[in-house]
Design a protein around this ligand. Structure first.
Ligand code: ZN
Length: 325
């Protein structure tokens, strides 16, 4: 019996996740390490190679027997050339040949894809999208990513820029976004945007259990605000409700353009469960046209943190499996 094994890498601004997966996308082993992008491109490439090597060693898999490596990477990217154009959370990373560099360093074929597209593809094939025709996914974190899969295909667009849901405008004169434009969804519902909205309300004189006794707004995290909302804090509750409202508006935009079977949410904020999803469902269904109002599903990711490595390994399988079997 010959087992095909693929490596899936999820390159994030803070952490890198690495997995070894079978053809059936069973996770044989996984690990994670700090990205430390400030130490430079070559260092990070070396970290990824060392991590794949270590997983192979621990699991008695010869590195050379891997069929290929898939890597999901934050963008914007040039997929045809396998290059990073820039990465907002990676200081100084510009115009880098990441696919070729990883291929040279690891000695295996490598396929590069956008990180959120990869997560959406993993979710479509192995998670909440299983058995459905089309899926759109929001990844909620420091930034907000988006991915679309229809009829089994990732939608990349002609310039590899499709599904940038984090930059759907909520307000043309609104908050400044990390991308340089105003009013993007990410500026409101990315974790730092959420904390900033809370801090502004406190500056306006609103009270909350989270501030006072020496605690300052700039030390808070989005999780603190969700936890306080769950505990009944009125201001935190309003901030979470407004977050759900912005996400519902973005869902409406996605439905009007893509009209998928299901819209899936992944990332740390979805740990809040119904606290986020109940108002999101309510606001979204108030906005949707009649058929999506009853038909379009909204759900939390089933794969969560594993969507990236599973999707990346699937991309490697799609690209390299047939070549040697
Ligand atoms: Zn933006």
């Amino acid at each position: 019996l010959f087992l095909s094994i693929f490596a899936g890498i999820d390159l994030g601004g803070t952490n890198i996740k690495i997995g070894l997966l079978t053809s059936e996308m069973k996770v044989l082993a996984q690990s994670s390490c700090r990205t430390e992008s400030e130490r430079g491109f070559d260092f990070v490439i070396g970290q990824m190679v060392a991590a794949v090597r270590a997983l192979c060693g621990q699991n008695h898999v010869a590195l050379a027997s891997l069929r290929g490596v898939g890597i999901g990477c934050p963008g914007p990217l040039n997929l045809k050339e396998g290059r990073v154009i820039m990465m907002p959370n990676f200081p100084g990373w510009r115009d880098l040949p990441i696919r070729e560099a990883l291929h040279q360093a690891i000695g295996l074929p490598v396929v590069l894809e956008n990180d959120a597209n990869v997560a959406a593809y993993g979710e479509y094939r192995m998670g909440a999208g299983q058995g459905l025709k089309s899926l759109a996914m929001f990844t909620l974190g420091t930034g907000i990513g988006g991915g679309i899969v229809t009829n089994g295909q990732m939608v990349r667009g002609e310039t590899d820029t499709a599904a940038e849901f984090g930059h759907i405008p909520m307000d043309l004169n609104g908050r400044l976004c990390g991308c340089g434009r105003r009013g993007c969804l990410e500026a409101y519902c990315g974790a730092p945007g959420l904390v900033k909205r809370f801090g502004e309300a406190v500056e306006d004189g609103r009270r909350s259990v989270l501030v006072g006794q020496g605690r300052k707004c700039e030390d808070l995290t989005a999780k603190d605000i969700f936890d306080a909302a769950a505990g009944g804090d009125a201001l935190a509750g309003e901030i979470v409700d407004r977050t759900a409202y912005y996400l519902a508006v973005a869902c409406d935009v996605v439905v009007n353009i893509v009209d998928p079977d299901i819209i899936v949410f992944a990332g740390g904020m979805t740990a809040a469960g119904d606290l986020l999803m109940k108002p999101l469902e309510k606001y979204a269904r108030e906005r949707f046209f009649p058929r999506p109002k009853v038909q379009t599903r909204l759900a939390i990711s089933r794969l969560q943190g594993d969507a990236g490595i599973i999707g990346a390994a699937l991309c490697a399988q799609n690209t390299f499996e047939t070549s040697a079997s």
